[in-house]
Design a protein around this ligand. Structure first.
Ligand SMILES: C[S@@+](CC[C@H](N)C(=O)[O-])C[C@H]1O[C@@H](n2cnc3c(N)ncnc32)[C@H](O)[C@@H]1O
Length: 202
C-alpha cells in the first residue's frame, strides 16, 4: 500500500489508485490552488499529479496559459494522457515522466509550481525544493502541501517509506533554498485530514 502511494503502478495503480487519491485529496488540492492566486496567462507546474484532478482544475483557470505535470509513475502519466487527450491536443495540459530531483525544464520557466502530498517520497527534499526554486520565474510562487507529520504518524501505512514533515520543517527548507515571504496556511488542524500549504515567493 505504501508503495502505491509512493509510485502507483500496475492495474491497481491504474484502475484504482488515481481515482482514490483524487477523492481523498480534493480538499487540500482545492486549498492549494486557491492560495496560488492563478492568473489566466500563468504557466503552472505540478509535481506528482497522481490522479490528475488538479491538472484539469488549473487548466480551467489558466485559460491563456498552460499547466504542465510531471510524475515518476509511468502509470499515472499514461492515465493522464488518456484522460486529458483533448486538453493535451489543445496545448492546455502537458504531462510527462519526471522526478522532482532533476526537473526537466530550464530555469525561470514557470509562474507557479505546486505539489500536494508528494514530499514524503522525494529522494532528497532539499534538492527537490532547490529544483522548484530554479524553475520558477523571479516573483513566482510555490506551494508545497502536506498533511502534518503529527497526524500522519498515527497511520500504519506511513511507517513504511514515508518521510514525515512538520509545517515548520517545510517552511525552513524553503527559506534555506532562497524563498521569501514564506507563509504556512494550516486548516482542519483537529482532523486526521489536516491541510498544510506552505507558500513561498522566488
Ligand atoms: C500520494 S500521491 C499524491 C497525488 C496527488 N498530488 C494528490 O494529492 O492526490 C503521490 C504522487 O507523487 C508521485 N511522486 C512520488 N515521488 C515523486 C518524485 N520524486 N517526483 C515526482 N513525482 C513523485 C507519485 O508517483 C504519486 O503519483
Amino acid at each position: 500500500m505504501a508503495a502505491q502511494f509512493r509510485k502507483p503502478s500496475g492495474w491497481f495503480g491504474s484502475l484504482f489508485f488515481g481515482r482514490f487519491m483524487n477523492r481523498v485529496n480534493r480538499k487540500i488540492i482545492d486549498s492549494t490552488i486557491a492560495l496560488l492566486e492563478l492568473s489566466p496567462q500563468h504557466h503552472v507546474l505540478e509535481i506528482g499529479f497522481g490522479g490528475g484532478v488538479s491538472l484539469s482544475s488549473v487548466a480551467e483557470t489558466v485559460s491563456r496559459g498552460m499547466v504542465t505535470g510531471i510524475d515518476v509513475s509511468p502509470e499515472m502519466v499514461r492515465q493522464a494522457e488518456r484522460r486529458f487527450q483533448r486538453q493535451i491536443a489543445e496545448g492546455r495540459i502537458q504531462v510527462q515522466l519526471g522526478n522532482v530531483s532533476q526537473l526537466p525544464f530550464p530555469e525561470a520557466t514557470f509562474d507557479r509550481v505546486f505539489t500536494v502530498n508528494t514530499i514524503y517520497f522525494w529522494p532528497d527534499a532539499r534538492q527537490g525544493i532547490a529544483e522548484i526554486h530554479r524553475v520558477l520565474k523571479n516573483g513566482g510562487r510555490a506551494a508545497i502541501s502536506i498533511r502534518s507529520g503529527d497526524k500522519m504518524k498515527k497511520y500504519a501505512v506511513t511507517k513504511y517509506d514515508f518521510r514525515l514533515f512538520s509545517p515548520d520543517e517545510v517552511a525552513d527548507l524553503m527559506r534555506q533554498a532562497g524563498f521569501r515571504d514564506i507563509r504556512v496556511d494550516h486548516r482542519d488542524r483537529e482532523h486526521w485530514y489536516d491541510q498544510v500549504v506552505v507558500l513561498g515567493t522566488r
